[in-house]
Design a protein around this ligand. Sequence first.
Ligand code: BGC
Length: 392
Amino acid sequence: MFNKGKNLWFLLVAVLLAFMLAGCTEGSSGEVEEPDVDSTDEVESDDGEESSGNIDVGIVLPTRDEPRWVQDEQRFKDALADSDYTTEILFSQGSSANELQNVETLISRGIDVLIISPHDGDAAGAAAQAAADEDVTVIAYDRLITNTEAVDYYVTFDSFAVGEAQGNYLIDQAEEGTGIPLYLYAGAASDNNAFLFFEGAWSVLQPKIVDGTFVIANSSEAEALSDQAELTRDELGRILGQVTTNWDPNEAINKAQTHLTSASDDLKGDVLILAPNDGTSRSIADTFAADSDISSYVVTGQDAEMASIQYIIDGKQSMTVFKDVRRLVTDAMGMAVTILDGATPETTGSYDNGAKEIEAMQSEVIVVDQENVQSALIDSEYYDASDFTGLE
Ligand code: BGC
């Protein structure tokens, strides 16, 4: 009996060692090409031979074309450097079809947990279902997957608070007086977050619109709804339909140009601009800066992208909402590891995705402008001062 137990013990140690070795590999590949055999799928077996190994956690991000998601990839890589688990990161490049294929690839590689930030919240239901059908636990990351029961958890920032912070910043920085032009822009309607951001901003801006302090410059739908403190999803959708950037900086430029061309003189001068994120903020800011009838603008942003931090230092973008991606990655991986260990992850609230309440873990956001770039981003070691010019 004793010997048999001992043999089992050695076997267990050997298996554990092999598992830990396997856990040392981590990599990322782009888009949906066949997985690169030189990255994560080749794991060293204990006899030194390479064999095709399983992946524990699959990570799918929406696009490599926006610095926001490249940040997430880098932060995942940093966090996983010492991980005992194998992971693979794939990008969907703004396509739900790629996304589904990525998820199927990861399922075929044996993942137990899928961490996914969908390109399109509704369309990603198919990918989530494919994973759920194989008993893979699905964690929605930053963006919620909507109208499906096939999502288990949601790891997110407080997106309503992001919009609220943007709106409050505009209110705090506005000149004295009334009739101040307010230009509204939003994210993609396929992204649930775009609704939350706008809703948060509206919650603080609407009283200033209804009392005449601000005048909406570019959305007849928002104007028509300006006496409503709260908007339904449908009403929000009507406004987004007019002022969406689709998260695309070029679409943002085109919209801003059209709005400025048709704006009357009383909608120029000193203006306020609600821009949903950094990529669109920089292009909208450049467009407004190039209009000689605009004397000053306050413009919001989000993500603390490096290019926007430089814009803030240079006085070309007013603020950004810093979402510490290190925290989100830690929460998501912590959740994944808990699940792999057979336990139930901790959550702090829940989100209704249209089909069910999804247990969620939510983290806070920080407003950054010229005043606190140093303390929020450099002192916290998120970025290096040497990444920027003009920082003491
Ligand atoms: C994210 C933002 C990002 C935007 C565009 C949103 O879902 O929360 O951080 O800027 O998508 O990619």
